[in-house]
Design a protein around this ligand. Structure first.
Ligand code: ATP
Length: 912
C-alpha cells in the first residue's frame, strides 16, 4: 500500500499502515476528499500512472508452440505416418502432398482455435466486473480495471471487492474473506482505526481486500491498493488464463475420434494380415492401409464442434444472453424447467404506488411513472390536503427516510437511482411535497440503517427528530411487519391491535394483492422510552399503513411463457412477493395456476421434507414469499425428478442455487457480481424473454451440430466401405477405388466445406414445438446411427460399383478412380441437402441456406479443377472424365439420398 500512497500523498517514509490511522488521515495521504471523491481528470492521471487494476495473468503460450501442439493429434500422426510410408514405397508425390495437407490442416485448425479463443475472450470481457466509485461528487459505475488508488469505492452486499480498501463507512458490512484468510464465516467490518502495525490479515476489520465477497450491508472506503499492489496480488501466483472446460458433446466427440482411430488401426491390421496371406504386393497393401486410416477419421469434427458452439455463444450475446461457458450453450437446448424471479425479470421494475391504506382510510394515488406530480384521492374523489392528514404525512415521511433511492433527472425525464420499490415511495412522497432532503435540512437525523435483505424482507432506520424523540422507522413485507406489530395508528392515536384490526389489515393486503399489486407495510417504534428488549427493536411495532405498488409485466413475457410451454418447458415463478400478488401476476403472463396445489408459500416449504418437495415441484407453478435459501431446495428437488433446470437469481444468497442449477442465470443490469460469477448465463437486459431466446438458440445450435456430425460421419463410412467392398469383392489382388489423397480431398475440401455451412442452418420449423432433448442424450440417438451407417454404406457400394463397372468397360485405372471419386463427391453433395433437415430434402427449399449453396458451388468447382487440370492429375491421380461420364456420375450419385429419403417419406420410416 505504502508505495502507491507515497506517489499520491505527502511522502512520509515512516507512515503507519492504513488500518492503524484515522480515516481522515488516510484520505489526506491519498489526496482525496471522501465526500466528493477524486476529480475525473486526476483519476485519469493516476490510471495512466498505475496501469489497469488487474491481477497479472500468466502469458499464454507462444503461437508457434500452440501450432506444434496440433501435431500431437492422432489424425496428424496418422497422416505423417502415411506420408512417410508413401515416401518409403516410392510414392513421392503422394508423400509430399499428404505432408502438405497435414501441415495445412494443422495450420487451419490452429487458426480456427485461435479465432474461437479470441471470441470467447471477447465474451468474457463483456462480463468483466464493474464497480461503483465516487468521482467529481457523484457515484459512477466504472469498469473495475479503471479503479485507482485514492478512489472512494462504494460497496454493497453482493459485490466482490475490486481493490484493497480502508473502510470509512461500514453499515453492517460483512465480508467473506475465506479465499485470503481461510476463515469460512463472514467477518464484520467497521471504520475505526486499529492500533498496531503488526495486525494479522484476518484482524484488519477496517480493511476490505480485493477479490473477497461482501455478503451483507453497505459502506464505502478509500482504495489503498490496486492490481498487483493488493494483498491478493502479493500472494497470488501469476493467475493462469482460465481454460474453457470441454462440453459433454466435445468430450463425446473426443471419445469417438479415439475409438475411430483404434478401429482404423484394427481394420488396417486385418487388411495387412489378409493381404500377406493372399500374397498381395507390399506397396498396394500399405497404400490400402493408409487409405483406410485416412478414410475412417473425421478430420474436422472436434474443431468444428468448438467453432459452432463459439459462434452460437456470439449469436446469443448479440441477443443479450451471455453464455459464460460453452457447455451452457449446449445445456440450454435441453432445459425443461425455467425457474424465474418475478420482479424485474417477468415485470418491468417500473414501480408506482397506486393505492395506500393508512389509519383505516384508503387512498388512490394518481400520476404517471416517476413524475412527482399527482395526488392522494379518497373514495369520495377528494384529493388529500397533507397538512390535515397527519397519519398519511407520517407514513410518507417514514417511507422517505427509511429509503436509499434517489429521484434524479436523466435525459430530461425523472429517473430512479437505487431500488425501484423504494423509488416508488420517494415519488409518492414527493407528490405531496415530502422529501428526505427537506427533512434532513429540518434537522432530522438518521442514526443507524439496517439495509433491506431478501431473507428478512424488511429494512429499518433509527431516526432522531428535532424534538429529541428517537424512532425506529421500518418498512417491509406486510405479513412480516404485521406479525411484529402490537399496535396500530388510527386517526392520530396508537391503539392496541385487536383481532378485528388485524383482520381488517389482512383484508386490505389481500385486496391490493389480488389486483396484482406488490404490497409493502410501514411501521414505527418509539425508542425514546427505554424498554427491556432494546436489543432487538424490530418488534412491538406500531403499524402505520400499507402500500399497493404496481409493477406491470413486461410486454414480451406472455409470448415467451407460451413459447416455452409449446417447447415442453415449464415456467415456474419463484418470488419473495406475496402469494396473492404472485398468483395475479402469474395469471396475467400465462403461467397456469389452476389449482391451489400450484401455488406454494415459503413457510410451507419449511415444513416439507425433501421427498415431499420432490413430488410438489412436479406441478408447482408459483412459489411465493420464499427466501433465497428455498431456491436451492427447489433446484435440487427438480433435478431429482430429472429436470434440466434454469434458475435466475441476483443477490449474494442466490449464488448457491445459481451454482446448483444446470443453467444458473444472473441479471446483468441489476444483479450482483457474486451472482454473475456463479451463473452460467448472464442476461444483459434482465429479461425473462431472453432466456427463452437463448434456449431457442441453444436448440438450433445443437440441431446443426448433429447435422454436421451426420454429414461428416456418412462420408467416413462411405469411404471405408468403398475400400472394404473392393477388398472383399475383388479377389486376391484388389485395387483401390480411391487413393488416400482423393479421400483427404473429399474429407477436407469437397465434403468438408459444405458440411461446415450446416452450422448456419436456420431453425427447424418444429424447433420450439418439440419436447426438450433429454440430458446426456447420445448424439447417435433418434435414428442417427442407422442413418449414417445405411446411407454411408450405400454411397460406398455405389462408389465401388462405378469403379468396377468402369474397369470392366476397359477404362484405365485413373479413369475408373476418377469416376468413383466424382461419384463419392456428388453423392455427398446430394446428401448434404438431406442432412440439413431433420425431415428430408423434399421438405426444405434447397435455396434456404445461401452459405451452403456457395460452399457447394465452390466444392464442385474445386473438384472439377482437381479432375480436369494437370496439377490435379499429378497430385490426386485423376484423369479428365468425358462429359457424359461426369453427368452420369452426378445423377447416379443422387440415388442413395433420393432412394432412402423417398422410402422415408412414403413409408414414414423416421429413423432412415
Ligand atoms: P422477486 O423475488 O421475484 O424478485 P420481490 O422483489 O418481491 O420478488 P424480494 O426482493 O425478496 O422479492 O422482496 C420480498 C418482499 O419484501 C416484497 O414483496 C416487499 O414486500 C418487501 N420489500 C421489497 N423491497 C423492499 C425494500 N427495499 N425495503 C423494504 N421491503 C422491501
Amino acid at each position: 500500500m505504502s508505495s502507491v500512497a507515497r506517489t499520491f500523498g505527502s511522502p512520509q517514509p515512516d507512515r503507519l499502515p492504513a488500518w492503524s490511522r484515522d480515516g481522515a488521515e488516510v484520505a489526506s495521504d491519498f489526496s482525496v476528499t471522501p465526500s466528493t471523491g477524486l476529480d475525473p481528470s486526476e483519476a485519469a492521471r493516476r490510471r495512466a500512472e498505475t496501469g489497469p487494476n488487474r491481477l497479472a495473468e500468466a502469458k499464454p503460450l507462444p503461437s508457434w508452440v500452440m501450432f506444434l501442439r496440433q501435431f500431437a493429434s492422432p489424425l496428424l500422426i496418422i497422416l505423417i505416418a502415411g506420408s512417410m510410408v508413401s515416401a518409403l514405397t516410392g510414392h513421392r508425390v503422394d508423400a509430399v502432398a499428404i505432408l502438405a495437407i497435414a501441415i495445412f490442416n494443422a495450420f487451419v485448425t490452429h487458426w480456427q482455435e485461435h479465432k474461437a479463443a479470441q471470441s470467447l475472450a471477447a465474451l468474457r470481457r463483456m462480463s468483466a466486473p464493474w464497480a461503483c466509485v465516487r468521482r467529481g461528487g457523484r457515484p459512477v459505475e466504472i469498469p473495475a480495471a479503471d479503479i485507482v488508488p485514492g478512489d472512494i469505492l462504494i460497496v454493497k452486499a453482493g459485490d466482490i471487492l475490486a481493490a484493497d480498501i480502508r473502510f470509512l463507512v461500514a453499515s453492517r458490512v460483512q465480508v467473506n474473506e475465506s479465499t485470503l484468510t481461510g476463515e469460512s464465516e463472514p467477518v464484520d467490518k467497521q471504520a475505526d482505526p486499529i492500533p498496531g502495525e503488526d495486525v494479522a490479515l484476518a484482524d484488519r476489520s477496517n480493511m476490505g481486500l480485493m477479490s473477497t465477497q461482501v455478503t451483507g450491508g453497505s459502506g464505502e472506503g478509500i482504495v489503498v491498493g490496486t492490481g498487483m499492489d493488493t494483498e491478493v496480488g502479493r500472494i497470488a501466483d501469476l493467475m493462469t488464463a482460465a481454460k474453457e472446460p470441454k462440453t459433454p458433446l466435445q468430450l463425446k466427440i473426443g471419445v469417438l475420434s479415439r475409438v475411430l482411430v483404434v478401429a482404423a488401426l484394427i481394420v488396417v491390421a486385418i487388411v495387412i494380415g489378409v493381404g500377406v496371406i493372399n500374397g498381395m504386393g507390399t506397396s498396394e497393401m500399405l497404400n490400402t492401409a493408409i487409405s483406410l486410416s485416412v478414410a475412417a477419421i473425421p478430420e474436422g469434427l472436434p474443431t468444428v464442434v468448438t467453432i459452432v458452439l463459439t459462434l452460437g455463444a456470439r449469436n446469443m450475446a448479440a441477443s443479450n444472453a451471455l453464455a459464460r461457458r460453452l457447455s451452457s450453450v449446449e445445456t440450454l437446448g435441453s432445459t425443461s424447467v425455467i425457474c424465474t424471479d418475478k420482479t424485474g425479470t417477468l415485470t418491468q421494475n417500473q414501480m408506482q404506488v397506486m393505492r395506500c391504506w393508512v389509519a383505516g382510510k384508503r387512498w388512490d394515488v394518481t400520476g404517471e411513472g416517476f413524475y412527482p406530480e399527482g395526488a392522494f384521492v379518497d373514495a369520495a374523489g377528494t384529493a388529500a390536503e397533507i397538512d390535515t392528514e397527519p397519519d398519511l404525512r407520517e407514513m410518507l415521511s417514514v417511507s422517505a427516510l427509511c429509503n436509499d433511492a434517489q429521484l434524479v433527472e436523466a435525459d430530461g425525464r425523472p429517473a430512479i437511482l437505487g431500488n425501484p420499490t423504494e423509488g416508488a415511495l420517494v415519488v409518492a412522497a414527493a407528490k405531496v411535497g415530502i422529501s428526505r432532503q427537506k427533512m434532513l435540512e429540518a434537522k432530522v437525523q438518521i442514526l443507524r440503517r439496517f439495509p433491506f435483505d431478501a431473507t428478512r424482507k424488511m429494512m429499518s432506520v433509527v431516526m432522531r427528530f428535532p424534538d429529541g424523540r428517537t424512532v425506529l422507522g421500518i418498512k417491509g413485507a406486510p405479513d412480516v411487519l404485521l406479525s411484529r406489530s402490537s399496535h396500530l395508528r388510527i386517526a392520530g392515536e396508537t391503539l392496541e391491535m385487536a383481532p378485528a384490526h388485524r383482520d381488517a389489515v389482512e383484508a386490505v393486503i389481500a385486496s391490493f394483492a389480488s389486483e396484482g399489486l406488490r404490497t409493502l407495510a410501514v411501521a414505527i417504534r418509539d425508542l425514546s422510552a427505554k424498554e427491556p428488549d432494546q436489543g432487538n427493536p424490530e418488534k412491538k411495532l406500531v403499524l402505520l399503513g400499507i402500500y399497493g405498488i404496481m409493477d406491470p409485466p413486461r410486454a414480451e413475457v406472455p409470448g415467451a411463457v407460451a413459447e416455452a410451454r409449446r417447447a415442453g418447458i415449464r415456467t415456474v415463478m419463484i418470488t419473495g412477493d406475496h402469494a396473492v400478488t404472485a398468483r395475479a401476476i402469474a395469471g396475467q403472463i400465462g403461467i397456469r395456476t389452476g389449482t391451489a396445489q400450484t401455488v406454494h408459500k415459503g413457510v410451507e416449504l419449511d415444513l416439507m421434507s425433501d421427498e415431499n418437495l420432490t413430488s410438489v415441484v412436479r406441478h408447482a407453478a408459483v412459489f411465493a414469499r420464499v427466501t433465497p435459501e428455498h431456491k436451492l431446495r427447489i433446484v435440487r428437488a427438480l433435478q431429482r425428478n430429472g429436470e434440466v433446470t434454469a434458475m435466475t437469481g441476483d443477490g449474494v444468497n442466490d449464488a448457491p442455487a445459481l451454482r446448483a442449477a444446470d443453467i444458473g442465470v444472473a441479471m446483468g443490469l441489476s444483479g450482483t457480481q457474486v451472482g454473475k460469477d456463479s451463473a452460467a448465463l448472464v442476461l444483459l437486459d434482465d429479461n425473462f424473454a431472453t432466456i427463452v431466446t437463448a434456449v431457442r438458440e441453444g436448440r438450433r445450435i445443437y440441431d446443426n451440430l448433429l447435422k454436421f456430425i451426420r454429414q461428416e460421419l456418412t462420408a467416413n463410412v462411405a469411404e471405408v466401405t468403398t475400400i472394404l467392398f473392393a477388398f472383399l469383392l475383388m479377389g486376391a489382388n484388389p485395387l483401390l477405388p480411391v487413393t488416400p489423397l482423393m479421400i483427404l480431398w473429399v474429407n477436407l475440401v469437397s465434403d468438408g466445406l459444405p458440411a461446415l455451412t450446416l452450422g448456419f442452418e436456420a431453425a427447424e420449423p418444429d424447433l420450439m414445438s418439440r419436447p426438450p432433448r433429454p440430458r446426456n442424450e447420445d448424439f447417435f440417438a433418434a435414428g442417427m446411427k442407422e442413418r449414417i451407417l445405411i446411407r454411408g454404406t450405400l454411397v460406398g457400394l455405389l462408389t465401388f460399383y462405378v469403379f468396377r463397372v468402369f474397369l470392366e468397360q476397359g477404362a484405365t485405372l485413373d479413369h475408373a478412380r476418377t469416376a468413383a471419386f466424382m461419384t463419392l463427391i456428388f453423392a455427398q453433395i446430394w446428401h448434404v441437402f438431406d442432412a440439413r433437415t431433420t425431415t428430408t430434402l423434399f421438405r426444405k427449399s434447397p435455396l434456404g441456406n445461401r452459405t451452403l449453396l456457395g460452399a457447394v458451388a465452390a466444392s464442385i468447382l474445386l473438384s472439377l479443377l482437381a479432375t480436369y487440370t494437370g496439377a490435379g492429375h499429378v497430385v490426386l491421380g485423376t484423369a479428365s472424365l468425358p462429359l457424359p461420364h461426369l453427368v452420369g456420375t452426378f445423377f447416379l450419385a443422387s440415388l442413395p439420398t433420393l432412394l432412402l429419403s423417398g422410402i422415408k417419406e412414403v413409408f414414414g420410416v423416421t429413423w432412415l
